[in-house]
Design a binder for this molecule. Sequence first.
Ligand code: ZN
Ligand code: ZN
Length: 504
Amino acid sequence: FFSDMDVVELPVVWRAAVAARNFEVGEEILREPPLLLLPKIRQDTPLFDSLDAIANKHHVAEKVLYPCIYYCRASEEIKSKVKEFYVPRLDEDGLQYKRYHGAVTEVAELPELKASGVPWEELLDFILILRCNVHMIGDGTKTSALFYLGSKVTHSCDPNCMALAIGIQLVYRAIRPIVKGEPITFSYISGFDLWKSTPARRELLLDQRFFTCCCLRCTREDRCRYRICPECGDQNLCRYESGQLSYMGQDPTPPTDTPWFCQNAECGKKFKDEDMDLEVEKALQYNVLENFFSTKQITSVHPELPQTMLKVCEEKLGRNHWLTLLMIYSHMAMHHTALNSGQKPLSTGKDCLVWADRLCKWMEVAMPNTMQQAVIAKFAGQTAEVYGVPELASLWFTRAIPVLRVHHGNHGKDIREMLAYIEEHGSPEQIVVASKPCRVIDMGKNVPVVSVKNSPTTNGKPSNDEGKITEAPEAGPVDPAVTKKQAKREKIKEQRKLRKGGRA
Ligand SMILES: [Zn+2]
Ligand SMILES: [Zn+2]
């Protein structure tokens, strides 16, 4: 365990972690064991039956209530630390509050939990704390956890850190240089959610995490949502978002009357929201996300739908709008899926290379130096490799490697393969960039192995032992094996993504 952060009071954001020194890309800022582990697995006991019944009655997800068990059984020391966490406030007349309130008042009265003496008000706070502060660990689905210092790191849609679960520890690594005193940030949302426009990201964060994001990306011009200028036809009409930069703002200042601004210097015209066909944009957003990027299983998509959608997005919204780029990604994924399964793709290799180029250029503007950009650059590089364009493949692989090194801790089969390709086909400058290891700190023998005793019992007696963490500092390093597993998981995830994108 170590921390190179200070926790300070900042306006609006409450308590936030700031850098205690300067950091280079790849350096670790925090490595922390969990304060409270929260397994999501349901156990076949009367207590879980009762929680399921309460959840059903009040229309709350069962998983929201399970953590109450582990909180009630935690030691007083852990409970008092949890009480220091940020608690979002819900509107007491709102539906969500009423559901949570109804559920926790019954949970607090369950005989198995009542003995712990936790009142319903405290349980409600705990559930809300989880909504804003919980981290996924382990394989990302089975266990979540609260981290005391980790929870002080605030969200940004344009973060300077990535959060990794190594074993059950939470690790923050810098993905860009950070200066002393700068707030440490990571993104609560990931994957395609980060491609979204500012209003769409804000809606998601408000719904899932109960706050209106006022990060740097949310309060400047929206670089994911370029539209076509109604005056000059330029593809770079931009919306300037409202709100002042703060790390967890709640109340953005109202937008100006004419937030749309043409970037073409010869035009420079401003527009109102009413001029911009927002209803069409909204309908397309629904269609693209629902048909191509939803987790729901869709059984049949008309074979011509993807092409039609791409064309409509391009014509109505523009070539640099995030929905157009999502459709391009979807087409590329379908192309690769067809190739991998030995079928003839609907699009040509030339189409695919043009799309790869557009995606990379868009990422360079929308999300430079991020994991999203690295994933797309790698994907584009693989496309160029398949179609025998080594200059492009080397260029894109070189762009992907530095961020992937931060994520994989310099290791990873994909990094080795791309590096070998660049060494064979790339320029001397590209070889220098791609082979430079990032400054991930090697923890060596100092990595503590954390073992946790956390099995719930049903005898109704609260036990101070539950959820307590014991450290075994004598044990050896855990990093390489875990990194390997992570790389494998990443690969499986990617394949899943490809399959999803190429469902049609
Ligand atoms: Zn934001
Ligand atoms: Zn214009």
